[in-house]
Design a protein around this ligand. Sequence first.
Ligand code: PLP
Length: 471
Amino acid sequence: MNPIEISPAEFQRVCDRVLKIAAEYLQDINARKIPPEERGTELLSLYCSLAPETRMGLQAIPGLEDVVRHSRAQNGRFFGYVLGSGDPVAAATDLLCSVLNQNVTAWRSAPAAVAIERTVVDWLAQAMGCQNFRGVLTGGGSSANLMALAMAREAKAAANERGVRADNGLAIYASSEVHMSIPKAISLLGLGRENLRLIPVDESFRMVPELLEDAMRRDKDRGVTPVAVVATAGTVNTAAIDPLPQIAAITSQYGAWLHVDGAYGALAAIAVPQKFAGLGQADSVSLDPHKWLYQPIDCGCVLFRDSSAAQRAFSNSGEYVRTHTDDPIEGYAVFEESIELSRRFRALKLWFSLRYHGFSAFRKSIEKDLLHAQRLGESIRRESALELMAPIELSAVCFRFIGDRSSDELELNRLNAAILRRIVERGHVYLSNATLQSKFCLRACIVNHRTTDSDIDGVTKEVLAATRDVM
Ligand SMILES: Cc1ncc(COP(=O)(O)O)c(C=O)c1O
């Protein structure tokens, strides 16, 4: 027997032990402090070891218990970053996904997986008001954004064969609140970060369409090629939604590609579709089920209106992968419409979790997140020592400690950074930060199916307690 081969009975034993650890983690997740006790060097020294030469078998299991102990607990008081809370039902199917080990390159490699991915992508497109869009699942919002801009570049300034050529230059437009994955994609695609025009935002952190139009007109007069406009539906700092219909009209007038980065916010369209009017006018949309559909990482998605645009950007296939059938279903090759070749069966967890809970449960959970954000906003407004720093459009709440308002901006920035460090250290609540108009803010992103009203009510108390500690 191959030394790596195990019997089904041993597999069952391994699974039982792993499952027990996972269930115990979930059992006391809410009682746990969020960050682990150990600091960086301690953790590194715990794990820094020689590669094991001989078999440990089930004796390796306690190592997994240590990993749980050293991991950040994602309980109902975790509001850091834009991160979904990880539906355990979906997590359970991740095991099956790995056991089946389907390589979702093409229908012929993974027939059921391809059919299921097409189905869930279609469900998401319908829910977003993007009827007839196609799409693929991705590792996350950053790779979805990269793929969208690759399609835009190939559609508007084809570069796959001869590299980027634009005699009078090219431009990409996004608001000054754009997520960092967009400039990163622009640089990776050889479009040049200097060609990203950052359009100013209004007092609600939404792109100002008139200023977009001014920038596009100026560029047109100079012969610059407009490659893409990136609107954001849920900015990373404040979850602002750019005015999509106006931006769509301007983008189409200047013949650019319209991409909507909806990695944070767009899935909230399941609960509040009226906030996302115009999403269906995009050429491409990024979504992140591992954010606002609470899926375990990784699960992103890029939707596109025209699959031939995806094929123009990504079809670059060697003879060894060519499919030998004209059947439109069995001949479908995901790699012709995606960056990836070998791909995980990401759709399984999403498909199962959506079927297990039903879309209505997700709608209610998103609605609850939205209400929790408003509830937190109310408790901040009631507290004179705290200041709300941006309108609460979806579920990001930006605020800061201002005390009796006698400190200057520099001092407030320093103080709020110290408060954030102390909140994280105390471990009861986890917040992250945002800088708005040069002001350091505490930020709660509420994308968490575990959060209760009392978790929300504890946030301001914890902020004030941490403030007392640092003052
Ligand atoms: C607006 C926006 N776009 C893109 C991303 C990147 O998504 P991911 O972390 O899945 O790569 C994020 C992440 O928070 C985001 O908020």
